[in-house]
Write a protein that binds this ligand. Structure first.
Ligand code: SAM
Length: 408
């Protein structure tokens, strides 16, 4: 059994337990983040990985006081051969959570590390392989990773330095689900990387965070996260959520609710999307009513034309980074270039080849149906605009002070 591969488990078990062991580069980043606390001689610190797998995060830290727990018996057998067996616990770390269970004194400075499982219904689990989250009532969440974060608060950890999806923080609905954790901990440092760094985690790439939190009476607000400057691992770039404008509040992304108009007056629908990844993956315009169809009208047609252009023409290398944000947009650009997006859509999407209401749309937006516009020129003009959607600042530029630990 290797420390960085869960090869002893069949695929379904690997999925159920979220056993994707962590590559060394990421373990190293966690070690770097926690070293200042570990080396503080004034406090008795204990490092604990409560989803320890084969101990990737504790290798190299054996000279410090540590604990490792895991519910996988085989992994625990391996751990007992390579670490002090009194420090290994074969347990469900989300059940009966308290320090005594792991012989951690109440006065010890507790540093949680690791890469707890993240089991989201959007992942491979939706194929019916999803495991149950058996945990203390107050820790329950449909995503085990969020339950793990809550368990660190229950253990009264002083520092938490773990890997978790960036979406736990940057999607406000997820952020709220962190409850006591967000109210009692503050993000101090964060380095983002692509899920592609893990083997066998599926095709949809998403951003994961190496996070460092300190216990803090004030906790953190969503505003704090919005303005937090994240590093991008092994890159000079940084990422600040508030730098990105998304379609939220400007373009509706949901099918009509019970009391909304169900039928499009121009016989046109757009397939609903949750974020940029699903916009890319799903189909776009449809002429038939559909349970996932958003109603398109003459008035909002240009907005869905924009989304259609974004879906086809915006293919940056680091799309994984904002894949689970709502689609990016520059509203002024879209307002000023309605005709461009409309023309691109009606000239390239097959539903407009013989659509009845097409003339109405063309008249409304004052575009010529039989004009001699060159599609490649239209595409180029749109691409030039879309490429300006991404703006990064590199390290060392303004705002980077937020990477310094804060006094709590
Ligand atoms: C993503 S792996 C991480 C393993 C190791 N820390 C690493 O990074 O290489 C997640 C681990 O959590 C364990 N696990 C899942 N649910 C658990 C639970 N409720 N209690 C304890 N361990 C759990 C799995 O068995 C797996 O070893």
């Amino acid at each position: 059994m290797q420390v960085h591969l869960a090869e002893h488990l069949p695929k379904n078990e690997r999925i159920r337990l979220g056993s994707y062991y962590t590559p060394e580069r990421l373990v190293k980043q966690v070690h770097e983040f926690i070293m200042p606390y570990l080396e503080n001689k004034k406090i008795k610190s204990i490092v604990f990985d409560s989803a320890g797998g084969c101990g990737a995060f504790i290798f190299g830290l054996e000279n410090y006081d540590y604990r490792i727990a895991d519910c996988d018996l085989e992994a625990c057998k391996f751990l007992k051969q390579h670490f002090n067996q009194h420090n290994i616990f074969h347990a469900n770390s989300l059940k009966g959570v308290n320090r005594d269970k792991y012989l951690i004194p109440s006065f010890a400075f507790l540093i949680m590390v690791g890469n707890p499982p993240y089991n989201d219904t959007t992942s491979e689990f939706k194929n019916g392989k999803k495991g149950q989250n058996i945990c203390d009532d107050d820790l329950y969440d449909r995503d085990m990773g969020i339950s793990f974060l809550k368990s660190y608060y229950k253990l009264n950890a002083d520092v938490v330095c773990v890997l978790h999806p960036l979406s736990y923080l940057i999607k406000e609905t997820n952020f709220k689900r962190l409850r006591d954790f967000k109210d009692n901990y503050k993000l101090i440092k964060g380095a983002i990387f692509s899920s592609a760094l893990f083997h066998g985690t599926g095709t949809g790439k998403f951003p994961i965070l190496v996070s460092l939190y300190e216990k803090c009476l004030d906790g953190m607000t969503f505003d704090y996260i919005k303005n937090f400057r994240f590093n991008i691992l092994d890159s000079p770039k940084t990422f600040v959520l508030s730098d990105f404008r998304t379609t939220d509040g400007y373009i509706n992304k949901y099918p009509p609710r019970k009391n909304d108009i169900q039928k499009s007056p121009i016989g046109l629908y757009y397939y609903s999307f949750r974020d940029f990844n699903s916009l890319k993956k799903n189909t776009s315009f449809m002429t038939k009513e559909h349970p996932n169809g958003i109603v398109v009208t003459l008035d909002n047609f240009y907005k869905y034309s924009y989304l259609y252009a974004l879906k086809n023409l915006f293919n940056p290398d680091d799309a994984w980074l904002y894949g689970n944000l709502s689609p990016l947009i520059n509203i002024e650009d879209v307002q000023q270039n309605k005709k461009l997006y409309v023309l691109y859509t009606i000239k390239t999407h097959k539903v407009f080849r013989e659509m009845e209401g097409l003339k109405k749309i063309a008249d409304y937006y004052k575009v010529k149906l039989n004009g001699t516009d060159d599609v490649s020129k239209i595409e180029k003009a749109i691409k030039d605009g879309l490429n300006k959607l991404i703006k990064y600042e590199t390290k060392g530029m303004k705002g980077v002070e937020s990477l310094q630990p804060v006094e709590c």
